[in-house]
Design a protein around this ligand. Structure first.
Ligand code: SAJ
Length: 400
């Protein structure tokens, strides 16, 4: 197994860590990315986004000669597709164009006996109804003898390298032989258990995992809005409710961001009249940024020329990823509506395209209203007396 060649398509948050772990496990890995900048960066042994310890791993995989980035797929024994599946903003339907293009790009190189693994998150049915037909039409052997499975990734940004190895995996084959081949492959580098099933079950299980989290965060967000009307601290209330042995309420915040939890529930809900709870949870979470903006507006209304200090732009604590971030949505809305003079602090990035950044101590010194949007460690270190005399809107319950 170890001398096998692996072609990983998409060198982003999932593909690059996976490719580099496989490179350090003795596989010969070619990573494919459409962006020439990404290919060059990786071939220098460098990374194009931050993830703890990824730089060391990529450097060692590239310098050992086991990982090389290229712009076009090549022949391999195993193909892993790890490209994004965004939403079409108009109707929240999944945009499968990257998965389709990636499948097309590997198809001419796929031969009988090869293993094709789809790690991208995809709607139910995609493996057999979209990926397999492309391989059947366009691969050298018309997909005869090709093994194909959906093996959804489950890693948490910030802990990707640990979770890639430690988490249990689900492998959903188009047939038993495919599931067995996929399981045998993951077992060479995963310490967690590897469970075999069919492709549709694996597709739905992945969507259900992120939907579970979204629905539960929606409950926390809804409770926090109701608590606010009763002047109850929702974090204290949730901490106490969670002392019940069968209750585990998640944490309220300014909304749900990132490229997974706010997106994947729509893969179930778009066009599905039975997905009422899932759709409502999405709406509850998507409405939370507006609620925060209204809180800030109400606080600013009583001040002559308020300076508003916004702490954080990332989608969650201690990452530099701004994709789908409710914090960024809130800051942009405050700016558009000219609610006050804005100061923005985001310690994990050095610059932002159109929002000037200010150091934390300057924000703390100058702001009349402090809006905590992300519970980065720098902000968690603040104590109430550091912000004495200011109006504090703490959307994460981080300053205590
Ligand atoms: N959030 C809250 N309250 C909470 C937990 C999270 O408001 O109690 C917010 C975060 O601030 C953030 C968003 O939800 O804006 C999502 O953050 P997250 O840390 O829950 O998850 P992601 O998007 O970083 O990663 C998720 C993970 N899925 C699950 O935990 C079920 C990860 O394991 C998946 O691999 C990843 O989605 C993915 O790629 O699908």
């Amino acid at each position: 197994m170890m001398n096998k060649t692996i072609c990983v398509v998409g060198l982003g948050y999932i593909g690059l860590p996976t490719a580099s772990i496989l490179g350090t496990k003795g596989y010969r890995v070619v990573g494919v990315d459409a962006s020439p900048d990404v290919v060059e960066t990786i071939n220098r042994g460098e990374i194009h986004f931050f993830e703890p310890d990824l730089d060391i791993l990529v450097r060692s995989a590239v310098h050992s000669g086991n990982l090389a980035a290229v712009s076009e797929p090549q022949a391999a024994d195993i193909f892993i597709i790890a490209v994004p599946t965004p939403l079409d903003d108009r109707d929240k339907s999944p945009d499968l164009s990257y998965v389709e293009a990636a499948t097309r790009s590997i198809a001419p190189h796929v031969k009988a006996g090869d293993l094709v693994l789809i790690e991208s998150t995809i709607p139910v049915g995609t493996t057999t109804e979209v990926v397999l037909p492309i391989l059947t039409r366009e691969s050298a052997d018309k997909a005869a003898g090709v093994r194909l499975a959906h093996c959804p990734e489950r890693v948490l940004p910030g802990r990707i390298l640990v979770e890639l190895v430690d988490n249990d995996r689900i492998v959903g084959g188009i047939d038993e032989e495919s599931a067995a081949a996929a399981a045998a492959f993951y077992e060479t580098f995963v310490r967690g258990d590897v469970y075999r099933t069919n492709a549709a079950t694996a597709e739905m299980a992945k969507l259900a995992e992120n939907t579970f989290r979204d629905v539960n965060i929606a409950l926390a967000n809804e409770l926090s809005v109701v608590c606010d009307r009763h002047a109850i601290d929702p974090w204290e209330m949730i901490k106490l409710a969670n002392r019940h042995p069968r209750v585990n309420i998640l944490q309220p915040g300014p909304g749900v961001g990132g490229h997974c939890i706010a997106v994947d529930p729509w893969f179930i809900a778009a066009g599905e009249p039975n997905a009422r709870l899932i759709r409502t949870a999405r709406e509850v979470n998507d409405a939370k940024p507006d609620w925060v903006v209204e809180k800030v507006r109400a606080a600013a209304a009583g001040m002559a020329s308020p300076v508003i200090g916004c702490l954080g732009l990332a989608f969650k604590a201690d990452v530099d990823d701004l994709r789908g971030s409710p914090a960024e949505i809130i800051v942009r809305r405050l700016k558009e509506d000219a609610v006050g003079d804005l100061l923005v602090c985001e310690p994990n990035i050095s610059r932002h395209a159109d929002l000037p950044l200010t150091a934390l101590e300057d924000v703390v010194a100058r702001a009349d209203i402090v809006v905590l949007l992300v519970d980065h460690k720098e902000f968690r270190a603040l104590r109430p007396h550091d912000l004495a005399g200011k109006t504090v809107i703490d959307t994460r319950g981080a300053i205590r």
